[in-house]
Ligand binder design. Structure first.
Ligand code: FAD
Length: 369
């Protein structure tokens, strides 16, 4: 075998999996250099940065979320603060810990124990697909050929505009009928975005109009893409699916980073046990499937709320936002939201800390030849 494990996609899910496999022969394959393919606003719970010790990527901590609707603005004081971070710093810091080989190439598919890429073929014992919604390594049953189904679409621009707190606007009559806009401050700049829960992709004009009307600013370049809101099967044949490849992005809140890291680490930890001879591959795949499906309740609940948001009259939605603003309601809701993907699980275990200490090649990821 060329490698113990091949991981398709070197973003949140793939890098988390590689972090659980330090000391093994791991090949990360991505069509872009690590840290250059930002699609998201990079907002997550501050606890994620703490658990992974990625403080050098942190740009701003946000103790509040402000929700703007047609008839009121509500400020939610958060039990657990959110934060925004720098994508390039986050990914390179995480990648450099792994000691994995990195190949910049397109993944074209899996043929038996061989990954076919645009730069040659590579064999391995185990496979993790963290290549985003197209699921390049395991496209069966994915949304690759029907992107509009079960997918939202978002577009962003970054502009010089310092601000406090994470802001969301839900004004279906004025902005987007089935979507939201947001402003995520990141130090001296802010990420302004627009997303359609119906997967509508022609959003440039809407984002431009909103920026011009409400902020008197023109957009400066765009990034974004699809993000799924429907869970897919967590495994496909012998492949573990992680992050957007498995539909792990949460409905309604569109939080996909924490689940991708969470399930990426879980898959990586199970693969390590396979390589160490503790588990058969079939058993590890089955355990991973069960682990993902135990959290299905959070996805079902948030999908119901997402459906309500886009179908209920706006006055009813506003009543619901006032209900959740009540501290006695907000506190248990936030506790459950935290527990769904507890950031504590992202911290290295005692065994992993020992492996890191013993792994001399861990210093930097290397370019595969
Ligand atoms: C506009 C927007 C804003 C968002 N904001 C947030 C936010 O603030 N917070 C949050 O938690 N979530 C946010 N999300 C969702 C979040 O970005 C995703 O859920 C998350 O990035 C999923 O991580 P991932 O590792 O599974 O996939 P990705 O981050 O999509 O990474 C997939 C990787 O695979 C690579 N790849 C793809 N195809 C191939 C191929 N064929 N060969 C080789 N490599 C390939 C890509 O280059 C990429 O590096 C946002 C999404 C969008 C679109």
């Amino acid at each position: 075998m060329d490698y113990d494990v091949i991981i398709a996609g070197a973003s949140f899910g793939g890098l988390a999996a590689a972090n659980a496999l330090i000391g093994k022969r791991v090949l990360l394959v991505d069509r872009k250099p690590i840290g250059t393919g930002q699609t998201s606003a990079c907002g997550t719970l501050y606890g994620v940065i703490e658990a992974l010790d990625l403080h050098d990527s942190l740009r701003q901590v946000h103790p509040t979320i402000v929700l703007h609707t047609p008839h009121h603005d509500l400020t939610y004081r958060l039990l657990y603060p959110f934060c925004t971070f720098d994508y390039a710093d986050f990914c390179t810091l995480l990648a450099d810990r792994t000691g994995a080989d990195f190949l910049q190439a397109g993944v074209l598919g899996l043929d038996g124990d061989t990954v076919v890429t645009s730069r040659g073929t590579y064999r391995a014992r185990c496979f993790i697909d963290a290549s985003g919604w197209r699921a390049a390594l395991s496209p069966e049953g994915s949304m690759a050929h029907q992107p509009q189904r079960g997918m939202s679409f978002g577009l962003e621009t970054t502009l010089p505009y310092p601000e406090e707190g994470l802001h969301f606007w839900y004004e279906p009559g004025r902005l987007l009928p089935f979507g939201v806009t947001w402003l995520f401050p990141v130090g001296s700049v802010s990420r302004f975005g627009i997303a359609s829960y119906q997967g509508q992709t022609n959003l440039r004009a809407g984002l431009t109009d909103w920026l011009s009307t409400d902020f008197d600013l023109p957009p400066d370049g765009f990034h974004g893409g699809y993000f799924p809101y429907v869970l897919r099967t967590p495994t496909a044949g012998q492949v573990f699916r992680v992050g957007d490849a498995a539909g792990h992005c949460l409905p309604l809140t569109a939080e996909g980073i924490r689940p991708a890291l969470y399930f990426g680490l879980a898959a990586g930890r199970l693969v390590r046990r396979v390589l160490d001879g503790e588990l058969s591959l079939a058993r590890a795949l089955s355990l991973y499937g069960d682990f993902v499906m135990e959290r299905r309740v959070y996805y079902d609940l948030l999908l119901t709320l997402q459906d309500w948001l886009i179908h209920l009259p706006v006055r009813l939605t506003e009543a619901a936002t006032r209900f959740f603003h009540w501290p006695r309601v907000l506190k248990p809701v936030m506790q459950a939201y935290w527990r769904a993907f507890d950031p504590a699980a992202l911290s290295p275990t005692a065994g992993e800390i020992e492996i890191m200490r013993r792994s001399p090649q861990r210093k930097r990821h290397r370019l595969a030849t």
